[in-house]
Design a protein around this ligand. Structure first.
Ligand SMILES: Cc1cc2nc3c(=O)[nH]c(=O)nc-3n(C[C@H](O)[C@H](O)[C@H](O)COP(=O)(O)OP(=O)(O)OC[C@H]3O[C@@H](n4cnc5c(N)ncnc54)[C@H](O)[C@@H]3O)c2cc1C
Length: 457
């Protein structure tokens, strides 16, 4: 039985950095990966989708050439080349992670499926490894819901989407949330006819209604069809393609397409890990239960990233690594409860979000102020010809601290950090009004917007 100071399962967004940290501290570490190095973000998530977003954006701008004063003629998409560009970006990153780990002294890289044998032993490729500390970074995968007809039709997920080198002619996307909306706009811009089918009464139901509505308008303006309130979705083969029923009643309305993508949430990769043999507790959905410093129910075993249910983003997984490393190596007692919610939706224009939504603020019972400003009044947006969306900022009426913000508009994914950093500093919003900002930028409007704060309606 081989013994290591630490074993890490999974090479997602937390595992590799943690392995390098152990190794540089002179500790022996084994890191186990069963599939592609770099995990979801690198291979089937952020990197490939944002590479596709960039291709789709370039096509979109080219089609609007006349508005900017140039002519391109017919804009034709070569989907094989779009895919090749995406594949190259993912491969570069995945190879980079693998080479980094393999080149790290004290780090043993093992390819295979890891399973706990006990609370301090992991089995991989018929070999048993032992360690005092074990870190689980196994991530998640697309949820395949138990819909009527699901076993009768071929369907796509975010993973199998990575392999397609053709344009789905009539593309149905089940799920109107973050993953579904990004794919919807990408493929619409690349040339597919796209329909989004969503069970809820609005898109991205976790966002405020005004955000959902504006996103809907942006997508519909590009010709994306949106079917909401699809109370019970069923699937069936039809005309060499697929029919998606919007209710489960006989003769009910349906949408017919050539391909269907299921984008209806994620599940953690925890069912085949042998967690029961280690005594590690999970919740009813399979997420590993962790404390504020990411330790599981078993001392000596930690869970980082999507598999612990405390985030579903690359930055939350990486932040988990930082918290674990700070506690372990720096006696800096960082906790997950210290972090402020932040993320982006990468449609174009992007939505940058931080902190609480209006609904959460109302529920908290605080006295709050809000300011909302259309992007059409932001000169940088006008200059770029990208004036869709708005900026909304909420602050606490007593402390003057920022409670939350949504920036749906050009540069929204970057500008949101101005607000986020002030939130981490626990500084009043007025500091933003004393700073000199660069012209012309979207961020230079933040002081003006903050001068228009009014009580919540
Ligand atoms: C389409 C899509 C787009 C996204 N876009 C963004 C974005 O723009 N920004 C953002 O922040 N987030 C985005 N995300 C989310 C982001 O990809 C994930 O939150 C992030 O990758 C989670 O990382 P992780 O460290 O938890 O694990 P993962 O990256 O999922 O890695 C887990 C690794 O563990 C391995 N593994 C699993 N089980 C075992 C086992 N038993 N033995 C050995 N190895 C195992 C897996 O093969 C995998 O490599 C997106 C996700 C999707 C699906």
């Amino acid at each position: 039985m081989k013994h290591f100071d630490a074993i890490i399962i999974g090479t997602g967004q937390a595992g590799p950095s943690l392995a390098a940290r152990f190794a540089s501290a002179g500790k022996t570490v084994a890191i186990i990966e069963r599939h592609k190095f770099g995990g979801t973000c690198v291979n089937t998530g952020c990197i490939p989708t944002k590479t596709l977003v960039a291709s789709a954006y370039a096509v979109h701008v080219a089609r609007r050439g006349v508005e900017y004063g140039f002519a391109t003629g017919d804009v034709r998409v070569d989907i094989k080349r779009v895919k090749a560009r995406k594949d190259a970006a993912s491969a570069k990153s995945s190879t980079g992670v693998e080479e980094w780990l393999r080149g790290t002294t004290n780090c043993t890289v093992i390819q295979g499926q890891a399973r706990f044998q006990s609370s301090n032993a992991v089995e991989v490729n018929d070999e048993v490894l032992q360690a005092d500390k074990i870190y689980i970074n196994v991530g998640g995968r697309a949820r395949i819901p138990d819909m009527r007809g699901i076993h009768d039709i071929p369907f796509l997920t975010n993973s199998s989407m990575m392999d397609i080198d053709f344009l789905p002619e009539r593309f149905i996307i089940v799920g109107g949330s973050y993953v579904g909306l990004e794919f919807a706009q990408i493929y619409r811009r690349l040339g597919s006819e796209v329909t989004i089918v969503e069970t809820g009464p609005r898109l991205i139901g976790r966002e405020d209604e005004d955000v959902s509505q504006a996103v809907r308008e942006i997508l519909e303006a590009e010709g994306i069809h949106i079917r909401l309130n699809a109370k019970c979705i069923s699937l069936a083969k039809r005309d060499g393609g697929v029919a998606v029923g919007l209710t489960c009643e006989e003769g009910a309305p349906e949408v017919v397409g050539t391909h269907v993508l299921l984008a209806v949430g994620r599940v953690p990769n925890t069912s085949d890990l042998g967690l029961d043999r280690a005594g590690v507790a999970t919740d009813s959905r399979g997420y590993i239960i962790v404390d504020d410093q990411l330790q599981t129910s078993v001392p000596g075993i930690w869970a980082l990233g999507d598999c612990n249910g405390h985030g579903a983003f690359t930055h939350t997984s990486y932040n988990d690594y930082e918290i674990v490393a700070a506690n372990l190596f720096n006696a800096d007692h960082r906790r997950i409860s210290d972090r402020i919610q932040a993320y982006a939706l990468y449609i174009d224009p992007p939505l940058g979000r931080c902190g609480m939504t209006d609904a959460e603020i109302r529920k908290s019972g605080r006295r709050a102020l809000v300011a909302k400003y259309p992007m059409s009044k932001v000169s940088r947006a006008s200059e770029k010809g990208e004036t869709q969306g708005f900026i909304k900022i909420c602050v606490d009426a007593e402390t003057k601290q920022i409670l939350g913000a949504a920036i749906l508009g050009v540069g929204g994914d970057e500008v949101i950090h101005v607000l986020l950093d002030v939130m981490y500093a626990k500084a009043p919003y007025t500091v933003i009004q004393r700073a000199m900002h660069i012209h012309p930028t979207v961020a230079e409007y933040l002081p003006t917007i903050l001068s228009e704060l009014e009580p919540f309606a």
